[in-house]
Design a protein around this ligand. Structure first.
Ligand SMILES: [Zn+2]
Length: 337
């Protein structure tokens, strides 16, 4: 039995037909976690869909109304890049409910997973890049409304910039502390990435992403790490470590929302970074170790993953659960299954 909960429903399947987004990945992750005894059936909780009231904490009434009545314009549907259907709307409401439940359980158990979600390209008034509803933002706003948290930090390690997250939590900006370009040399990094920083209001947003990739326009996060093409494990981990320590020097979140995209993987069809399976697991461990050391609860969502072989995407996402299991194992218990 895991020392934390995994939120999952068969309803996470996105009915989008043949598509680069492997909509069946959620079911396969669930299956693999059980088959390999990483988790047992009691570790899983089934979410309820978010209420419209929850969705409206982030999204504009006009947009929500269009989704519920199937009246998106052709250009709005095109920006979404997945075919609209009422069933798709249900799947996104359910993913948002899953992220709310995961955030609630993270506060109890220090970590919790939504085996789905991470739809970081959704904006208050439109969806794009396969993302209709910003489940992570909905979860943060719901927990704030319930008085469960005051502040949160998003740590977005999907290969694509978290443009929706940045836009939603823009808040009042002030220029943050200068970010350490010098440490690139100290850490022996050969490929300079670029860190840009602004400080937001009650939610601090960190995005580590490939600069030359979707989305074209990247509204500023609190910290953006614009990585050049082809960054590998060691450089990536060094930049992530810098971004986390810089962020946590500036801001004390009540909750970390870790967006654990599988697409920085070197075999990804929509990514241009070069992380290995092992590097991606070390990435997860780094986030969990820091959160544990600072005693900040972590809620995990999965976001993208488009490996040529879908089994690799499943492996990366399952490894995130294994990394949490190893990091958050109660003292004295065997750390590996
Ligand atoms: Zn992505």
């Amino acid at each position: 039995m895991l020392p934390f909960k995994l939120i999952y429903s068969n309803g996470y399947y996105l009915p989008i037909g043949a598509h680069v987004f492997p909509a069946e990945k959620y079911r396969r992750i669930h299956e693999r976690l059980l088959k390999q005894n990483v988790a047992d059936a009691n570790d899983f909780l089934t979410p309820s869909p978010a209420t419209d009231q929850d969705i409206l904490l982030v999204h504009r009434p006009e947009y929500v109304n269009k989704l519920k009545t199937g009246t998106l314009s052709p250009s709005e549907e095109m920006a979404l890049e997945v075919p609209f259907s009422p069933e798709l709307v249900q799947a996104f409401w359910l993913a948002a409910g899953g992220s709310i439940l995961a955030a609630q359980h993270a506060l109890k158990d220090r970590v919790a997973f939504n085996i789905g979600g991470g739809f970081h390209h959704a904006f208050p008034d439109h969806g794009e890049g396969f993302c209709m509803i910003h489940d992570v933002a909905v979860a943060i706003r719901r927990l704030q409304r319930d008085g469960k948290i005051r502040t949160a930090m998003t740590v977005d390690c999907d290969v694509h910039h978290g443009n929706g997250t940045a836009a939603i939590f823009a808040g009042t900006r002030t220029v943050s502390e200068p970010l350490p370009s010098v440490s690139a040399a100290t850490l022996g990094r050969t490929m300079p990435g670029k860190m840009r920083g602004v400080h937001a209001g009650d939610v601090f947003t960190i995005s580590l992403h490939q600069h030359n990739n979707y989305p074209m326009t990247k509204p500023p996060s609190s910290i953006d790490v614009d990585l050049p093409d082809g960054v590998g494990d060691d450089d990536y981990l060094a930049w992530l470590g810098d971004a986390l320590s810089s962020g946590l020097r500036q801001f004390e979140p009540d909750l970390i929302c870790y967006i654990a995209g599988a697409d920085p993987y070197r075999e990804d069809q929509l990514g241009g970074l070069a992380l290995t399976l092992d590097g991606l697991k070390r990435r997860d461990e780094l986030v969990f170790r820091i959160a544990r050391a600072k005693d900040i609860p972590v809620m995990v969502t999965y976001a993208g993953g488009y490996a040529r072989n879908v089994e690799d995407t499943v492996t990366i996402h399952c490894n995130t659960v294994i990394a949490a299991k190893e990091t958050f194992a109660p003292a004295g218990s065997p750390s590996k299954n």
